[in-house]
Design a protein around this ligand. Structure first.
Ligand code: SF4
Length: 362
């Protein structure tokens, strides 16, 4: 059979895999076995599924496929952060970042995943946004990047630790809410107790302010954290930094966030990239206090990670602390995010899908 017309099994849930097995004349429990091989062992070769009969493995190999993306290239930061370049079936490339939460040896990792190939939002400080948009990712590709990355991580660290990835943040390439349905399906699958089994409370979805997505998420009854990338607290500056603001102004965004909070009773996090001489003036701090304080939200300050070809600069330590203090004194619950992976262009706003920055092979 031509491989292009094989049935894709990646992304099917347990019931769907059981149904699939019955359709091809096999007992339903074989579907449960397949589920485990795919989602908790990250295996995509039927020949490696040792508890399936040999004949069945051959049959599946002829009729089906499991397209867990390949890690094409990778880099490891001095701080243990890993960046993977993955290739999807149509040869499009995405980046995924794995951030250790402790010492590398027995650490758990947070995975920062992509939902689109490129990004249509075009934030002026962001490498992904400047590189343009190619397409949305299917939900099986979103899950596949977690599985492919986990498999590679386990192989590199020589571990069988099933829970090596403990947190998922939707903060990689793309605006998740512009690929809403696929993103939601991927959350449900990543959360499945017999699969990746990552609790919803360990997942964060980040948006640049796509208000329809915020309102829809409010009605999903999920336990994930919503993070909103703010980056400026007046419309003029935000129009320039996050062009989506021209469509949904700060007032409209605030309304959507208020709705989200009233529906879910959950705290929202604001992400704020700190750009020297641009958005960390006293006036910016005052505007932020006015906007954020009534929402009882948390603020994450992210000192900018410089991108080759863009003129934005990272502020000095002193300026970072000054801005932080203004917010603290204004009663904001604020942290400065310890940035990881900047030396391998894996930090916030630095992802691109080209292989050119993977000079050192690890
Ligand atoms: S910061 Fe996020 S939303 Fe903005 S262009 Fe980059 S990936 Fe897209």
């Amino acid at each position: 059979m031509n491989s292009s017309i094989k049935d894709e099994l990646l992304g099917k849930n347990m019931e769907e895999l059981q149904d699939y097995m019955m359709e091809i004349g096999e007992p339903a429990f074989r579907g449960r076995q397949l589920f485990k091989w795919i989602y908790s062992k990250e295996i995509n070769s039927f020949y490696d599924m040792s508890d399936l009969p040999r004949e069945l493995r051959k049959k599946l190999d002829l009729t089906a496929r499991i397209s867990i993306p390949r890690v094409l290239k990778q880099r490891v930061s001095a701080d243990g952060t890993r960046k993977y370049l993955l290739e999807l079936r149509d040869k499009k490339r995405i980046e995924t970042v794995l951030i250790p939460q402790g010492q590398e040896k027995d650490s758990r990792y947070t995975i920062c995943i992509s939902t689109q190939v490129g990004c249509p939002i075009g934030c002026s400080f962001c490498a992904t946004g400047q590189a343009g948009f190619q397409r949305n990712m299917d939900y099986h590709e979103i899950i596949g990047q977690v599985l492919g990355s986990k498999r590679e991580l386990k192989r590199k660290l020589k571990t069988d630790e099933e829970n090596i990835i403990s947190n998922v943040v939707y903060m990689g390439m793309g605006e998740p809410f512009l690929n809403y349905d696929e993103m939601i399906k991927s959350i449900q699958m990543i959360n499945h107790p017999k699969g990746l089994n990552i609790g919803q409370r360990h997942m964060t979805v980040s948006t640049s302010g796509e208000v329809n997505g915020i309102r829809k998420l409010a009605r999903e009854e999920l336990q994930v954290t919503l993070a909103v990338s703010l980056h400026a607290c007046d419309d003029e500056l935000r129009n320039h930094l996050v062009p989506l603001n021209r469509k949904y102004s700060l007032d409209v965004l605030k309304d959507a966030i208020e709705y989200y909070i009233s529906e879910t009773n959950r705290r929202v996090t604001f992400e704020y990239v700190m750009l020297d001489e641009v958005n960390i003036r006293k006036l910016d701090a005052d505007n932020m206090i006015k906007l954020v304080k009534p929402l009882l939200a948390n603020v994450n300050l992210i000192p900018y990670n410089e991108v080759i070809g863009l003129s934005f600069k990272k502020p000095s330590r002193q300026k970072i602390l000054q801005f932080y203090s203004w917010l603290m004194e204004g009663g904001i619950n604020v942290t400065v995010r310890e940035e990881k992976g900047a030396d391998i262009m894996a930090a916030c706003g630095q992802l691109r899908s080209g292989p050119n920055i993977y000079k050192s092979k690890n």
